[in-house]
Design a protein around this ligand. Structure first.
Ligand SMILES: Cc1ncc(COP(=O)(O)O)c(C=O)c1O
Length: 448
């Protein structure tokens, strides 16, 4: 029997019936997956594409995980379906203070498999056939397929850069929504608005005025706001992260999504959460109890303990939420300098792990890079850079809807948390020397 099983040809099941569910139509190809794959196929590349830090997490988080694994044996077992009670309790307490809300750990908190899980649960719970979902471009690329999988219709509105003074570097805060255009996107079919602040890939931190505009439109048109705030602690230059749920009248219609992966530099733990009013959360619980049901207990215990530690240090120099942004701001500045010295024109981000950089000069010098017919320039450029310079970035056009990609094909995204030491250790970030080495080659080719 085992012998026969081994000899059976693998792959290729064909059926008289349609095999894949219709909800997968048009979303099977993911450019991000393609670029991650491309990077992994090449030996000796510097991967500044993917969004995770390559420094160690804070010691207290690692110890909390070790403690969770080697301590109470019951942490090897299932816990409460909607979240390990000490975690839902500390999340309620911690974020209740920030949002100015009385948060009930049982009714207003759901623990998910990363922020990805939170987003998926939210889309499945709230978006229906024919519902319109407004997405700000550039957008974290899963928002569009998640809308489509739920049967919704994505409606895009772009942040656009305002002109800068000659010689002045561009900044993510120069990228703004046109208020009239934004208002025109709301219709009687609009169900949800997706906000991401600080934004991936641009690093824009939405201002209070911008959030107030979104809030008033959501209220006027009776729309739910799904607010992805996974980079909320990574904010620079004195900018402030504001949760839209903290604005008057917004808690009732907002789901606030967070990620322990980004918060404590532990992206592999995949612990995320959603906070919101019970009237919305009860539908997310329905999806959760009929899909994932339950997230890994030990990771939740470690995140609970890490938040408890942070609550004690909150606002003090010893707080990781104070140290992390200071440290990665230095990483950002290092990378900006390196990129500028190579002939790139980075757009200075005020938040997140990422920055985008203008490659128009390269486009002018090397317009005919190989690629498929109609393939946006930034994708051809990144493929060329991986193959010839061993440097991986992500083309920014993938963060735009198809019709708008041609307008934004001259930017690429770098992740700047690629260093070998950790926040709080007082050493200078080291990544850009390697980047610079690769970049010198870039300038030569670009100039030639
Ligand atoms: C904007 C944004 N939201 C959500 C996620 C997913 O976070 P997690 O790793 O916790 O699933 C990411 C990850 O890169 C992200 O950039």
């Amino acid at each position: 029997m085992a012998e026969r099983a081994r000899k059976r040809p693998c792959g290729s099941l064909t059926m008289a019936k349609r095999l894949q569910a219709q909800r997968l139509d048009g979303i099977d190809y993911s450019p991000r997956v393609e670029f991650v794959q491309l990077a992994s196929e090449e030996a000796d590349v510097v991967n500044l594409g993917q969004g995770f830090p390559d420094f160690s997490p804070p010691e207290f988080a690692v110890e909390a995980f070790q403690h969770a694994v080697s301590g109470d044996f019951m942490l090897n077992q299932y816990t409460k379906a909607f979240g390990y009670p000490p975690l839902t309790k500390i999340l309620a307490n911690f974020f209740g203070k920030l949002l100015g809300q009385e948060i009930d750990p049982l009714k207003n908190v759901l623990v998910t498999v990363g922020a990805y899980g939170a987003l998926f649960t939210a889309f499945q719970a709230l978006v229906d056939e024919g519902d319109e979902v407004i997405i700000i471009e550039p957008f974290f690329d899963c928002y569009e397929p998640m809308t489509l999988m739920a049967g919704g219709r994505p409606v895009f509105v772009s942040l656009k850069p305002s002109p800068t003074q000659k010689g002045e570097p561009d900044s993510s805060s120069n990228w703004q929504l046109d208020p009239t255009e934004l208002a025109s996107k709301f219709t009687s079919r609009t169900k949800a608005f997706i906000l991401n602040t600080p934004n991936n890939p641009l690093g824009k931190v939405f201002s209070k005025e911008e959030l107030e505009l979104v809030a008033s439109l959501c209220q006027q048109h009776d729309v739910v706001c799904i607010s992805d705030e996974v980079y909320q602690w990574m904010v620079f230059d004195g900018f402030q992260h504001i949760s839209i749920a903290s604005l008057p009248g917004m808690w009732e219609r907002t789901l606030t999504i967070g990620s322990a992966g980004k918060t404590f530099s532990v992206t592999g733990w995949k612990v995320g959460w959603v906070l919101g009013p019970d009237s919305l959360m009860k539908h997310l619980r329905t999806v959760h109890q009929n899909s994932i049901y339950h997230c890994a207990t030990q990771g939740q215990a470690a995140v609970a303990q890490s938040f408890e530690r942070e609550q004690l240090h909150f606002g003090r120099p010893s707080s990781y939420f104070v140290q992390l942004p200071q440290y990665i701001q230095r990483c950002r500045d290092h990378m900006i300098q390196s990129l500028q010295s190579m002939g790139f024109r980075p757009v200075i981000p005020q938040g997140s792990y990422f920055l985008i950089t203008d490659i128009s000069d390269f486009k002018n010098k090397m317009p005919d890079l190989p690629g498929a017919a109609g393939e946006p320039y930034d994708r051809r450029f990144v493929k060329w850079m991986i193959k010839n310079k061993g440097l991986v970035a992500v083309p920014v056009s993938i963060f735009f809807s198809l019709p708008h990609q041609k307008f934004f094909d001259h930017y690429i995204r770098f992740c700047f948390v690629k260093v070998k030491d950790s926040p709080g250790e007082g050493r200078a970030p080291q990544a850009s020397s390697d980047l610079l080495g690769r970049g010198v080659g870039l300038i030569c080719v670009g100039a030639g």
